[in-house]
Structure formats: C-alpha cells, structure tokens
Design a protein around this ligand. Structure first.
Ligand code: SF4
Length: 435
C-alpha cells in the first residue's frame, strides 16, 4: 500500500480516538492529549488546508495547535464492540513501519504542519510487541531524527511495566484509556480489556513519575549540569466513552474524581459514543450497543463542565450531583444547577467575597475571580467593569451584589433557570473555561 493511502487509512482510524485538548508539558508544543482507538466521534476537526492526519487541538490557554494523530496499525486482535477497528469490523487495514512514521512526522514538522505526534495503535500482536513499536518510534524520533516536538504515546493495555517506564522517557504524555466506567461494562462490551490492567498501568506511571522526580533531585544535587530527563512531563490522561454503556453521570463523575485523586491524572476525556453498527460506519450491527441516532454531545459537554468543577473550582463529585440525581442537568451548566439548589449561598458580595466564594458564582471563572480580588485592592468594583474582568453577567447577575446593590434578583428560581437556559443554551455554547 502506498504511504499516502496508509496515512488516509490510519488517520481515519485514529480520528475516533478521543479528544485533543491539553494541559502543559513545559516542552515545545506542549499541551495535547488523546485516547486510544475506539468508535467515537472525531475529537478535533481536520483543517481543509492541512494534510490528512493533522488535527487541530486547543491548549489550556486557548491556543490552537496541531498534531499528527495516527495509529501505528489498525489491525486489532481485540473486539471492543464500540470500535471501528475491532477484529470483526469490515474495514480496510494498514500498518506503518517505524521508518515511515518517523519520516512522515519529521516532514510534517519541518513544514510546520504539526507541533507534535499523537500515536496509538490497534493490538496487532502481543501487547508488548505493539508497545515496543510505539516506543521505538518515539525513541528514534528523539535520538536519531532530533525531533523536539510534542509526543503523546498510548499505553497498550497489557504491556509490561518495564515498557511503560521506557515509554515515559521519550513521550511528553502517556495515556491508558479506561473507556468504560465499570468492569461490568468492560466485560460486556470490551471483554478482552480489564479495569485492573488499566489501573495497573496508571499506577505504574505514578510510581515512575515519583522515582524520576527523586532521581532528578539527586542529580541536581550531586551532578549539577547533568540533567536527568523528565518522565512524561505532561503527565497522564485517560478517556471514557459516554453513552455506550448504562452508567449514569453520577458514576462517571465519581470515577473521574477518584482518578484525579489517586493517579493525579492531568485530564479525563469524555467522548460521546457514535453508533458504529450502522451501514457505512465500518461496523456490523451488535445487539449489545445502544440504538441512538447520534452521539450524546450535550451530555458530553456537561460532563466536561463538571470535570472543570472538579479540577479548578474545588467541587466534590457529591456536590455536583446531590440528592440522588443520576444525571447532570442538560438545561443549565452544572455550576448554575448547583447555585440554584443553594439559594441560601447567594447573593455573594463581590467587594468582600473570598476566592472560594467567588469560584462558586455562576459566570465567574477562576481567572475573573483572581482579577476581582486584584482589582479591589486598588479600586472599587463596578458592574460596568465586571465584564472587562471576564465575568459573564448574563449568568452572574442573579447571584451577586456590588457595593450592596443587586442587578437582578434570585427570588424566582424557576424563572432564573428558564432565562439562563434560554439565554445561552444553559452554557452549552460557551467555552469551558469561563463558567
Ligand atoms: S483495543 Fe479495542 S478500542 Fe483499541 S483498537 Fe482494538 S478494538 Fe479498538
């Protein structure tokens, strides 16, 4: 098969890999992430002017970056029901050689098409052999091709601890995808995968990071000038598919909270399930899969917002879904939903509130909360000035006072809920960082 055909097949196979968002790595082109092969929605759009396989990605600070996102091979021994690359799928198969991938990555990098490589693979052989191929590609890129861009490597489920440790020496980020929130769902939909194995890989990454941190400290103290390379400096991430199994948002958010606590993950990605068992999708009908007309994107978006509450707004999973609710409110964003359940906490006086109180106000983000505190040290606040500080007044207006004066009142919760839901789709059209 021609290289151009391979690129087309293996980038199309990788487009179902989860998202490409980011958090910092400290290296050039930092801040990407993704997931493993799975029959899901494309996480980032392919630019019309860019070569196949190059996708756009957004960093935590809103910067747009690009990376080559491909599978090493879409041949897979596993038969995860939700995945277009599963063993039983009638799809065109291809595999790169390591040399081809290195040439391709360097060419794209030289032409400024990409700032990094996201590399995953189907399990075309024993997991150790597949992992070795990914590591070899990253190692040769660094040591032989002098590639200084970002590298995200997928941890192949079932590969050994030693290989996970090697992968982190060449990659900026590693990720092992959980895919489904419970063992029960894994057994049903991806019977060759196991939660224990995936959590074991995450644990290994945590242990390797810790040891690497200690080694680096020692080398700084005893061998100044001889720097020990950092182990996966952009940390690890994972992905959960939403809507393919029966778990509710409460289970998903609870799991994410536990993952952030236990494995210090940089990101959990949520990928709305796209039906694969329909004509033209490369899949075959499978009675284990839900019959849905399209990916549950609104649910995915709410989960991302809830995830931001966990990571940056100091909410606990229990606060996000209180009182036995199983799913997030689709009408309004989760912070607004929480605020409407707790009218006793409002209004918050912006001239006095501390940082934690400000973080709880709908329409006030972490950045605007810091700006409010900074500004009131030297100047008094005004409603007109709040917009400049990044406050989204169409939501915040019901929940704050400035110098004792309110803009709007929180006396009729149903009305406020309706107005916020109508005004901006309850936050569905808004970026994730300002609520
Ligand atoms: S392991 Fe499962 S999710 Fe990954 S490529 Fe193979 S079939 Fe798809």
């Amino acid at each position: 098969m021609e290289l151009s055909e391979k690129i087309a097949v293996l980038s199309a196979a990788a487009k179902y890999d989860a998202s490409c968002a980011s958090s910092g790595s400290g290296k050039a082109g930092d801040g990407f992430s993704g997931g493993t092969g799975g029959g899901r929605r494309q996480g980032a759009s392919f630019g019309a002017a860019l070569p196949a396989g190059v996708c756009h990605s957004w960093t935590g600070d809103g910067r747009c970056v690009s990376l080559l996102k491909v599978l090493y091979s879409n041949v897979c021994r596993f038969d995860c029901s939700y995945c277009v690359n599963r063993a039983s799928a009638d799809t065109r198969r291809a595999s790169f050689t390591t040399g081809e991938l290195i040439t391709l990555t360097c060419e794209f990098y030289r032409h400024n098409y990409i700032e990094g490589l996201f590399l995953s693979s189907g399990i075309f052989a024993d997991p150790d052999i597949v992992m070795e191929k990914l590591i070899e590609t990253a190692r040769k890129l660094r040591t032989e091709a002098g590639f200084g861009g970002y590298i995200h490597l997928k941890i192949i489920p079932g590969s050994g601890e030693k290989l996970i440790r090697q992968a982190g020496l060449w990659a900026d980020r590693l990720s092992a995808n959980i895919e489904l929130p419970t063992d029960k769902s894994l057994r049903r939909l991806a019977p060759q995968k196991s939660g224990k194995v995936i959590f074991g890989a995450m644990e290994e990454v945590v242990a390797a990071e810790k040891e690497n941190g200690e080694d680096r400290q020692r080398s700084r103290a005893f061998h100044p000038g001889r720097e020990t390379p950092a182990f996966a400096p952009a940390g690890q991430s994972t992905q959960l598919i939403v809507g393919v199994s029966a778990e509710n948002d409460r289970q998903i958010i609870g799991l994410s909270g536990a993952l952030y606590r236990k494995f210090s993950l940089r990101r959990v990605y949520y990928s709305a399930y796209t039906p694969v068992g329909v004509p033209g999708s490369g899949g075959i009908p499978d009675s284990r899969l839900p019959e849905i007309s399209g990916p549950p994107l609104a649910r995915e978006h709410r989960l991302y917002q809830a995830d931001w509450l966990l990571r940056f707004y100091h909410f606990s999973p229990e606060e996000i879904l209180e009182g036995g609710s199983e799913h997030l409110d689709i009408q309004v964003d989760p912070k607004t939903a929480w605020a409407l359940r707790h009218p006793e906490r409002f209004p918050v006086e912006l001239g006095r509130a501390d940082y934690e109180e400000l973080l709880r106000v709908p329409g006030v983000g972490a950045t605007s909360a810091r700006r409010i505190i900074e500004q009131r040290r030297s100047r008094s606040l005004s409603y007109e000035g709040l917009r400049r500080l990044g406050v989204v007044l169409k939501r915040a207006r019901y929940f704050v006072t400035v110098a004792g004066a309110a803009i709007d009142r929180l006396d009729d919760l149903k009305r406020v809920r309706r107005v916020i839901a109508d005004t901006d789709g309850g936050g569905l059209q808004l970026p994730l960082f300002d609520f």
